[in-house]
Design a protein around this ligand. Structure first.
Ligand code: NAG
Ligand code: NAG
Ligand code: NAG
Length: 503
């Protein structure tokens, strides 16, 4: 009896082993059959056009190769957790200021996530504010195309949705992959006007409600490839309405924002310029290159010999702030005329900058920004708009001083360095720097001081934004989409609402 009892489990485990072996052979044959009968797809390789080369534009080849190699850009393997389903918005804004375009792209990334679909990201085309001359000899423009991962490598650039996100949702994919995976016969088209009507969306439908209705509609479509034509649900007209803030309850906590990270390119640029923002000899871990991927040859890491991009981990919005740094946005140039128009039209603050508006704050539903478009006694609204939109040099110094004092009193921040993100003229910026130094700021820097390689210069406004998001405290322009995007990324990164101020 004892023997038999001893033998039985042995017998059973042999049988089990045999069964497993047979199963493995069958499975291997089965998957071999699948592998050989289906085509294995990859996005096409990038080759710079002769015009790009003739104009001396950066080609971003390292970034394009990075995008091409993202794991979601190939035929999914047998064990892929998600079923590939994509959402493309060919009618998204393009070519205007990057921050206007990006606002919409972030919201669409979130809509795609809620619809269990991977957002399809495109290149940014620098039409309205080209960073380099882009005219061909015959006068035709050859506009610079900037890959998404020169700007962001968070979910909108195909980065992970992060832990805790729904594992069934495809990661976002590039348009190059969409072109491969979604030939015309596989695409289901959804039309804006028709669908808006079908969903009963009117001007009075809140942002949150729109988001949920659209998400449900797009989730329930079976097809792998869905394209929204004839407009987008969150275009610039909608983004400027007051109801957009209602989306924050879902969007503010979304993987799109919580997993936000700048590109490795932007991280590299901020790391090189770190001594402008801090006298700390130690570059913080979030900005440090991987030592094994860089050389220590003198001059390595400079603009002339930048470190390779794979030496940098994309800087997350929730990385610890740069101690002692105040980031300020001073929009000049075209804003002189723009601020006057805003005063005439009676427009309010841009999108997420409205969280400080007393009516919005009173709901208790949103991050309580401390500042809003306030009116002084006896001040007309038009004058108030100009004061907040186009502060004078004296007003800037005074405001910076009072914010420094409040940050010290409230949060114990010891602000010592100030970085001005600005498109102001050299003379004006130098004058501002002098005034700030005279007001006991130890380190004063501006966009003009940044040492940038050509590919970093192509995204210089986003490099500045990376610094503004990383700063302990920020002061922005209420009317600006750049400032509004900095505010949303600071909030997403867990910076307290009190540390995002407006002029
Ligand atoms: C200008 O030159 C480019 C490049 O050779 C060409 O593609 C384009 O069609 C030309 N435009 C005109 C108006 O001739
Ligand atoms: C506002 O204007 C009124 C009338 O012109 C004047 O009496 C008052 O002192 C002004 N208040 C302030 C704070 O300037
Ligand atoms: C934010 O600022 C307000 C007003 O100064 C203050 O009452 C509140 O305690 C601050 N909150 C934090 C977390 O600092």
């Amino acid at each position: 009896m004892k023997d038999r009892q001893g033998c039985m489990p042995l017998h059973a485990s042999y049988k089990l082993l045999l069964l497993v072996l047979v199963a493995l052979v069958v499975l291997a044959g089965f998957s071999y059959k699948i592998m050989t009968t289906r085509t294995y797809l990859r996005p096409v390789m990038y080759t710079p056009s002769p015009h790009t080369l003739a104009l001396g534009h950066p080609t971003f080849e390292d970034i394009r190769e990075y995008e091409r190699n993202l794991p979601q850009h190939r035929t999914p393997g047998l064990f892929t957790k998600y079923h590939p389903r994509y959402l493309f918005f060919p009618w998204e804004a393009w070519g205007t200021g990057w921050n206007n375009v990006f606002q919409e792209q972030l919201l669409n990334t979130h809509l795609a996530y809620l619809a269990n679909r991977g957002y399809v990201f495109v290149d940014y085309i620098a039409r309205d504010h080209p960073p380099f001359p882009d005219e061909l000899p015959n006068g035709t423009r050859h506009m610079l195309h900037i890959p998404m991962n020169a700007l962001t490598s968070g979910p909108t650039g195909g980065g992970s949705w992060g832990e805790g996100a729904n594992p069934a949702v495809s990661p976002p994919v590039s348009q190059n992959w969409w072109d491969v995976a979604c030939p015309p016969e596989k695409i289901v088209e959804v039309h804006m006007a028709e669908t808006t009507q079908e969903l009963g969306i009117t001007e009075s439908t809140t942002g949150e409600k729109r988001l949920m209705l659209w998400a449900e509609k797009l989730r329930n479509i079976e097809a792998e490839c869905v394209s929204v034509l004839g407009g987008t649900p969150f275009d610039y007209v909608f983004i400027l309405t007051e109801t957009v803030v209602s989306m924050w309850s879902s969007y503010g906590d979304s993987p799109t924002l919580k997993q936000y990270a700048w590109s490795a390119l932007i991280t590299r640029a901020i790391a090189r310029n770190f001594p402008l923002f801090s006298s700390d000899p130690q570059v913080p871990p979030a900005l440090s290159p991987t030592l094994s991927r860089i050389t220590t040859t003198p001059g390595a890491g400079s603009v002339a010999a930048p470190y390779p991009l794979n030496a940098f981990t994309p800087l997350r919005a929730d990385a610890p702030p740069i101690r002692g740094l105040l980031g300020i946005h001073l929009r000049r140039g075209d804003y002189e005329a723009h601020c006057k128009s805003l005063a005439e039209w009676g427009l309010g603050y841009n999108t997420w900058n409205n969280f400080g508006e007393p009516r919005v704050r009173a709901t208790g539903l949103f991050p309580p920004l401390p500042d809003y478009l306030s009116l002084r006694d006896n001040e007309t609204r038009a004058d108030a708009v100009l004061r907040h939109c186009w502060p004078t040099a004296e007003a800037i110094v005074e405001r910076v001083r009072s914010v420094r004092a409040e940050a010290a009193e409230r949060d114990g921040q010891q602000l010592r360095a100030v970085h001005m993100a600005t498109n102001g003229e050299t003379g004006w910026v130098a004058d501002m720097a002098g005034r700030l130094r005279a007001d006991r700021w130890e380190l004063v820097s501006s966009s003009l001081d940044m040492q940038l390689a050509p590919d970093e210069f192509a995204v210089s406004q986003a490099v500045d934004m990376g610094v503004l998001v990383a700063a302990e405290t920020f002061i922005g322009v209420g009317f600006s989409s750049l400032s509004s995007n900095v505010v949303q990324l600071r909030l997403a990164g867990g910076r307290h609402a009190n540390t995002s101020r407006l002029w």
